[in-house]
Design a protein around this ligand. Structure first.
Ligand code: C2E
Ligand code: CA
Ligand code: CA
Length: 440
């Protein structure tokens, strides 16, 4: 494994010093990378000057690390965690005064992670990663500093184990897809399904996507994961087609990190979709993206959606209304469908305010020629209300929970049989799955 140069610097700091005297700190200076390189160096000099003055005799400083962070080592006997907290506050104080560079004022926001050297088995690498973890905690909690604790150590080990299990799961294609139907609210007929990832973690049991998706995103595994999931979906749809199982358009979720990832200047997601459609030209796909994902770079999102549509896929905005974004993107982005977030469906029947919001979303979507799907429909009352309000489609436990591929097939066959008995002709199910609104 490659050893960065500051390891050596750290090693020199600990020679002949009792470990219980030693603390390491990592100071992240936010936004430094936005400046031109000469200004970065000049500002780093100023920051390091102030830090040296604050640390005084007890501390040593190393800077120009990757990511513009400053690493320091404190060597002082009998420092308690509280003392370390006070020292961090003192360091933060030296940033209160703005920095002046070429006549311009720079306000710098620091985040500090502190970790003791007193842990077994001690390694420099672990010591540094403890400070990195602590600094990240400070950042996430919007605090100035965080002192690495036993709880952090347990959490960090668990995260490491989780990431390593996820890596294995991707390699062995151990994730499954479950399918949850979407029905047309006027006819009650299934017009699509959403594919949702499921994972049985060895020795742990089932782990929900709300746990493993963020872990995949944080460890850059999400792109590889997204690839295996789309392959699984494509194979499944090909198998259903060859077994003459009625086709429905299947939606799949694409995380922000996956959607915004570029490889050699090209969208890796778009490339993946192109490969999938080339291998399986009859595939009917819908891509679910959240508002936040699309807003990251509107022009880029617009290009990708245009290209997605030229490949025959449709695009839905997931969790609509949950985020906090401007509606103006709706007139620019060529999306097909809005999925009203479950939060609005939950109290739709109790709250006139929610009803007014849902009604406005449906009206707006129809004016823009978009299909509206309500998510998380759990009761007959909600289903009926949405139907009367003119919502197009519904998805939720009231209709069916997400099911394994074989269970979904059985469900779909029984469901279609029931509708055939009441005169519904499913000879072209795939036709009715088109998301395009056919309004008279
Ligand atoms: P989502 O895309 O909003 O998916 C809907 C979630 O609501 C699913 O949770 C589904 O099981 C659940 N759900 C559906 N109907 C009801 C209902 O009536 N009541 C309740 N209480 N829940 C309902 P799930 O499967 O746990 O997935 C959670 C989230 O994880 C998804 O939210 C999606 O953002 C993400 N996710 C799942 N699979 C994938 C995947 O393959 N790739 C990516 N990137 N994200 C995924
Ligand atoms: Ca979704
Ligand atoms: Ca959703």
């Amino acid at each position: 494994m490659h050893t960065p140069p500051y390891h050596q610097w750290m090693e020199q700091r600990i020679v002949n010093v009792p470990v219980n005297n030693l603390w390491a700190g990592l100071l992240a200076v936010e936004g430094l990378w936005l400046l031109p390189p000469e200004q970065q160096s000049a500002l780093q000099e100023q920051i390091s000057e102030r830090l040296k003055n604050t640390l005084g005799e007890v501390g040593d400083l190393c800077f120009r690390m990757q990511h513009y962070d400053f690493l320091f080592v404190v060597n002082q006997a009998h420092l308690s965690r509280e003392d370390v907290g006070r020292l961090s506050e003192k360091i933060a104080e030296c940033f209160h005064e703005p920095f002046i560079l070429d006549g311009l004022i720079h306000h710098i926001l620091p985040h500090i992670g502190m970790a003791s050297a007193e842990f077994e088995p001690f390694t420099i690498r672990d010591w540094i990663t403890h400070t990195q973890w602590a600094m990240q905690q400070a950042r996430e909690k919007h605090s100035i500093y965080h002192v690495f604790s036993v709880e952090d150590k347990n959490l960090k080990s668990e995260q490491y184990r989780l990431q390593s299990d996820l890596k294995q799961a991707i390699q062995h294609e151990a994730f499954e897809l479950h399918y949850q139907p979407k029905v047309d609210l006027q006819s009650g007929v299934c017009v699509g399904a959403e594919a949702l990832a499921r994972w049985e973690r060895p020795h742990y049991g089932s782990v929900p996507p709300s746990v493993f998706i963020p872990a995949l995103e944080n460890s850059n595994l999400i792109v590889a994961f997204g690839k295996t999931m789309l392959n699984t979906l494509s194979n499944q749809l090909q198998m259903w087609r060859s077994s003459n199982i009625p086709m429905v358009r299947v939606s799949f979720n694409v995380s922000a990190v996956q959607f915004n990832n570029d490889e050699s200047g090209l969208s890796s997601f778009e490339r993946l979709l192109r490969e999938t459609v080339t291998n399986n030209p009859d595939i009917l796909l819908d891509v679910e993206l959240t508002e936040g994902t699309l807003m990251n770079d509107l022009n880029r999102s617009m290009d990708i959606i245009h290209n997605m549509k030229s490949l025959g896929a449709t695009c839905s905005i997931d969790d609509f209304g949950k985020g906090f974004s401007s509606l103006s993107y709706l007139k620019t982005l060529p999306v097909d469908c809005l999925k009203i977030d479950k939060m609005f469906v939950d109290d739709l029947c109790e709250s006139p305010q929610t009803e007014a919001i849902v009604s406005a979303i449906i009206f707006m979507a129809h004016q823009l020629n978009l299909v509206v799907v309500a998510e998380g429909v759990e009761t007959e009352q909600q289903y009926e209300k949405l139907r009367k309000m003119g919502c197009d489609q519904a998805q939720g436990f009231y209709i069916a929970k997400p099911m394994s591929a074989p269970d979904f097939c059985i469900w779909l066959e029984t469901h279609l049989q029931k509708h055939r008995e009441i005169g519904y002709d499913d000879s072209g199910v795939s036709n009715i799955t088109s998301l395009a609104r056919k309004r008279s």
